[in-house]
Design a protein around this ligand. Structure first.
Ligand SMILES: NC(=O)c1ccc[n+]([C@@H]2O[C@H](COP(=O)([O-])OP(=O)(O)OC[C@H]3O[C@@H](n4cnc5c(N)ncnc54)[C@H](OP(=O)(O)O)[C@@H]3O)[C@@H](O)[C@H]2O)c1
Length: 340
């Protein structure tokens, strides 16, 4: 039986994204299961991977991107006994999910509820988990604290506002004007990074700065983020938007800056967050935190902002929307018809 998948033919612009047809389904190896993918997503991290700028990935094209997926167990490989055919599972795949079928080791998979929208479930895996772990595992924020979120109208930003509101945090978020209505509707105070100096605004809006600042932008932005911290505050860096999109600043320099600020006596700290690295170090945190997010979703305490649901065949257009900064919340890619 044939199946379709999307590949990047080489590192580069969205033009390297192609749909191909494989003539035979992949066969699960020992301890693996084959999954019929229902949904995956398009995120800024997929853009970094496509451009060959994702620090931890050694694989060279051609390959299928796709950082996360929710799907149905379709076939068990030899020795695989954790799941039954027909169960719904999820994983943070990093690459590979832009495909109608994928084989994965069963011990990586998380069983997910079948009565929730798979499109909402997939939003939890990369974007909400990143937001949740940075708040709870890295910054360890406390109820009511003031925080600053950069890129607040994006997938991680909107997730973090919703999760922060559950802790009654006082939330400030930078974004371009087009995303301010959304940010305010979620209960945060928007700051226009294109026309305002966020360091000055934070000084005016808070007494002495914020307890935590979350920065996926990097470069000059990172330096200014450090300046909005109050005593004992923490700067969590987790991305390099400027280096990838605006070709300004350098990833290595950002890492060095973070290390230096941590050493110097300044009563403030820094951390770099990587979802894949943290999962490797603490695999149980990954499943515990994803379960907690699924509980919050089932209770409608969080409601993922889905900007668009597009077919997998439009992955190229999805990447282009992300690169233009047009996306409010998350783009979900439908791979198979939704179960009813
Ligand atoms: N380290 C990890 O484990 C990890 C995990 C997930 C994501 N990430 C990273 O987190 C970042 C955000 O991911 P995402 O999926 O939320 O991306 P996204 O949905 O594309 O959101 C990022 C948003 O940032 C805004 N932005 C651009 N320049 C800005 C600036 N100077 N100041 C404030 N906002 C700015 C853009 O919108 P406007 O310009 O219109 O405001 C953009 O839409 C990416 O860099 C991604 O690689 C890292």
């Amino acid at each position: 039986m044939s199946y379709k998948r999307v590949v990047i033919t080489k590192f580069g612009s969205a033009r390297v994204i192609k749909s191909i047809e494989e003539s035979n389904l992949p066969e699960p190896g020992f301890g693996e299961v084959r999954i019929k993918v229902l949904v995956t997503s398009a995120a800024f991290t997929d853009v970094m991977i496509r451009e060959g700028k994702y620090p931890d990935l050694k694989k060279k094209p051609p390959f299928s991107p796709g950082y996360d997926m929710v799907g149905i167990v379709d076939k068990l490989g030899e020795g695989a006994n954790r799941f039954k055919v027909g169960q719904r599972v999820a994983d943070l795949t990093v690459i590979g999910s832009y495909s109608e079928y994928i084989c994965l080791p069963e011990n990586r998979l998380t069983l997910v509820p079948e009565d929730l929208d798979p499109a909402e479930e997939v939003c939890l895996i990369l974007s909400y988990l990143t937001a949740y772990q940075m708040l709870h595992r890295v910054a360890k924020v406390k109820r009511g604290q003031p925080i600053l979120i950069h890129g607040a109208g994006g997938a991680v930003g909107t997730a973090m506002i919703q999760l922060g509101k559950l802790l009654d945090l006082e939330i400030y978020g930078t974004a371009s004007k087009s995303k301010h209505e959304l940010i305010a509707s979620l209960g945060a105070v928007p700051i226009d990074y294109q026309t305002e100096d966020f360091v000055e605004r934070i000084k005016t809006l808070t007494k002495d700065g914020v307890d935590a600042c979350f920065d996926p932008i990097g470069g000059d932005n990172l330096k200014r983020s450090f300046r909005v911290l109050r005593q004992h505050g923490i700067l969590v860096s987790y991305g390099f938007y400027n280096a990838v999109i605006r070709k300004s600043g350098g990833i290595l320099i950002d890492f060095l800056r973070l290390k230096l600020w941590n050493i110097l006596p300044n009563d403030r700290s820094t951390a770099f967050y990587s979802i894949a690295a943290l999962r490797q170090k603490h695999p149980t945190w990954f499943s515990e935190d994803l379960s907690e997010l699924l509980n919050l979703l089932a209770q409608r305490k969080i409601e993922p902002i889905i900007f668009k649901r597009m077919p997998l065949s439009e992955a190229k257009q999805a990447h282009e929307l992300i690169e233009k900064g047009k996306v409010q919340g998350k783009i979900v890619l439908n791979v198979a018809p939704m179960p009813v």
